[in-house]
Design a protein around this ligand. Structure first.
Ligand code: HSE
Length: 424
């Protein structure tokens, strides 16, 4: 078969760009035989040619973005720059000029989806983003293709490998957050600046994308409640273990009628939950369809090679599809779900309380006044300075009721030290 050459342009050429380049090279014969396509990376935009990676021919490098989206031969542009800008503007320009765009960049995509979709519509081009969530896990495809005939009502995901690695080691070793983070950085498993991962922003972008696709309407990143793992202590994890819970940073989105919730926070899961067993840097996404089907997808959520497989899959989609990919709902700035902050969940509350008769009933009265029902209570240790450690786990309750109950606690008799949500 005589292969047709497809010219690609890269915006950025770091780990994922390099991984994609090499994967295309390794698959060259295979892609020619199976699809009759030969892929050639014609231009790759880098900040500085002098410091660009050396395992790719220097002749493809350019420092001018126009060389990529202005080249008439290039039909597919792959974006690997990371960050919101200039990545979003470059992608929009490429789309307007009729080039399909494949991106691994959840920050630019989740925050500028409306602008990018408008540019794609203008240029009659397709926008592909499988690699933006879950690396090698085909979760976008599952939501947009396989589950079109079901309605997904609930998503719970471990979508950040860095935080899952840190929490797994804290659980197994009883070590502190700071010690494990420092070690993970030393091993190259956490970024030198880990903020986006550990504060939950990376997971917030990802759940905004997944929830939008699952619920067929835009869930904006800034409406995702976001709490990271920086305040998690070894004591919280140890108390959770005693109660049969595993701690994970979960990205959660649920829909009931027109009400949508989207949140990222440390969460206790029963040890028997399938997500509780997803350890180390693995990612997993648990989907609950309204037809009663539960689906869990698990795999490598990051890394050069796993992410490159998702990118190359999307390049093939772009070239082989009769019509450019489009979401099945309108992605505009105005057309977004209103998102509630008054979801229902369980809570585990660790507090220090004065060890005196009547204190427990005063604490539980405070919760009862807000309709919060306590499922279990555990008192730990002997009184030191007249204070003891208490852990209370509530039945599922409204977030706002719990917040009011905490505000009404009397600081003279008790001081909350941590509040962790509990999902079933
Ligand atoms: N920083 C992400 C993680 C990978 O730790 O999972 C890229 O999305």
């Amino acid at each position: 078969m005589i292969a047709r050459t497809v010219y690609l342009g890269f915006l950025g050429c770091g780990n994922i760009g390099g991984g994609t380049y090499h994967l295309l090279e390794r698959m060259r014969t295979d892609l020619e035989e199976r699809f009759g396509l030969r892929f050639e990376v014609k231009k790759a935009l880098v900040k500085e040619i002098a410091t660009a990676r050396k395992d790719i021919p220097a002749s493809v490098y350019t420092e001018r973005a126009e060389d990529v989206f202005g080249d008439p031969d290039i039909t597919v542009v792959c974006e690997f720059m990371g960050g919101a800008e200039p990545a979003a503007s470059f992608m929009a320009e490429a789309l307007r000029r009729g080039k399909h765009v494949v991106t691994a960049n959840k920050v630019a995509f989740a925050n500028h989806w409306d602008r990018l979709q408008a540019a794609a519509d203008e240029g009659h081009a397709g926008l592909y983003y499988e690699a933006s969530v879950g690396g090698a896990i085909p979760v976008i495809r599952t939501l947009t293709e396989a589950l079109e005939a079901d309605r997904v009502g609930e998503i719970m995901g471990i979508v950040n490998g860095t935080t899952n690695y840190i929490l797994t080691r804290m659980s197994k070793e009883g070590s502190s957050y700071a010690a494990v983070l420092a070690d993970a950085q030393r091993l190259g498993l956490a970024e030198p600046d880990p903020t986006a991962d550990v504060e939950g922003m990376d997971a917030a972008c990802k759940i905004a994308i997944l929830a939008s696709l699952a619920f067929h309407g835009r869930v904006r990143v800034d409406s995702v409640y976001t709490e990271g793992i920086t305040r998690v202590t070894a004591a919280d994890i140890a108390f959770g273990r005693e109660m049969g819970y595993t701690l994970k940073l979960l990205a959660i989105a649920k829909r009931a009628g027109d009400t949508v919730e989207a949140r990222v926070h440390p969460t206790f899961l029963p040890d028997s939950h399938p997500l509780a067993r997803v350890d180390g840097s693995l990612n997993a996404i648990f989907l609950r369809g309204e037809s009663g089907k539960d689906i869990m997808l698990q795999g490598r959520g990051a890394g050069e090679e796993p992410t490159a497989t998702a990118v190359v899959g999307n390049i093939l989609d772009a070239v082989l599809s009769a019509r450019p990919a489009r979401p099945s709902f309108r992605v505009t700035a105005e057309n977004a779900f209103g998102v509630t902050e008054n979801w229902t969940t369980g809570f585990s509350i660790r507090l220090r309380a004065v060890d005196q008769p009547g204190v427990l009933s005063r604490v539980s009265d405070c919760f009862a006044k807000e309709g919060v029902s306590i499922a279990t209570m555990m008192q730990k240790g002997a009184a030191e300075d007249g204070w003891v450690q208490l852990v209370l786990v509530t039945h599922p309750t409204r977030e706002q009721s719990l917040r009011r109950a905490l505000e009404n606690l009397d600081p003279a008799i008790c001081a909350p030290e941590s509040v962790i949500r509990v999902e079933a």
